[in-house]
Design a protein around this ligand. Sequence first.
Ligand code: MRU
Length: 336
Amino acid sequence: MSMKVIEYSKGILTLIDQRFLPNEERYFECRTVEEVVYAIKEMVVRGAPLISISAAYGVCVGLHQYKTLEKLDYIFSILRNARPTAYNIFSILDRLEKKIKSMQTKEFHKVLEEVENESFNIHREDKDLCDSIAKNGQAILPNKANVITICNTGMLATGGIGTALGIIYQGFWNGKVKEVFVLETRPLLQGARLTTYELTKNNIPTTLITDNMVSFLFSKTKIDLAIVGADRIVRNGDTANKIGTFNLAVICKHFNIPFYVAAPYTTIDLNLEDGSKITIEERNPNEVKYFKNQKIAPENVKIWNPAFDITPSNLITAIITDKGIFKPSEISKISL
Ligand code: MRU
């Protein structure tokens, strides 16, 4: 895909504004760390790995803006509060903060240079992590596979070709994936707006369905496997991902269809024992109450809008990472 997704240069972070896709390729420029936080909260940029890359560049933007190291605690703290569920942003900000603390010098320009270099490394490394996941994931694909996925886990969600979608891209290029079935992913439609946009741009046979069509699809068409991304994987293998993922896993179990999770090591949080400890972001009720600026429910109706759900590890066939393929029960033994 030739489109520019994210670019950082000299204190300015430029992001494709994902709120306007697929209709418009518009860019959002962040010249302040507060604008980077806004971009993450409002989902100008989204997807666990891409959020973390944006946050790393956000630290660079903040240092250029304030021109003093005294603002570092503030910069890290507002970035850490942008979105709560995906673990990548926390693991990447911890890494950057550690790097700064380990530096002998406290000279502003030297620290800024180091933080920028480390952020470029984080970005480049994420691309490599995607490639490793895609390579490792080929082992789970039967020939001529029909694959189902949810949300967007591709080039618009990472620094490379993607996690779950990266496996699918590579599988298609290797002649192993025949067709991709994409869940629209209500309420923000990352599947409909972003994943089908990416896949069709890359000439991959794609069928879009609404979230409530899965069981009927499975009863009519042979779907070989589901592959989804992750926002946080904890010690026992429980996995937080886009709302609707748990539904898909339950239906896969009913139809005996393997259900895989794909994620880089930066998504794995070994501090939490099980999924019940994960903070699930609840977003503005208007995301459910309105559809394309049109109100579709009574003004006073109560709305629940969790952005993620937790798929229990017993529904997950295996977890594909840059370090290999693991059973959910093996996750706590991975050395990170
Ligand atoms: O709310 P979003 O769009 O940031 O949610 C994204 C997902 O749930 C993805 O599946 C996950 O972040 C993995 S992206 C490689």
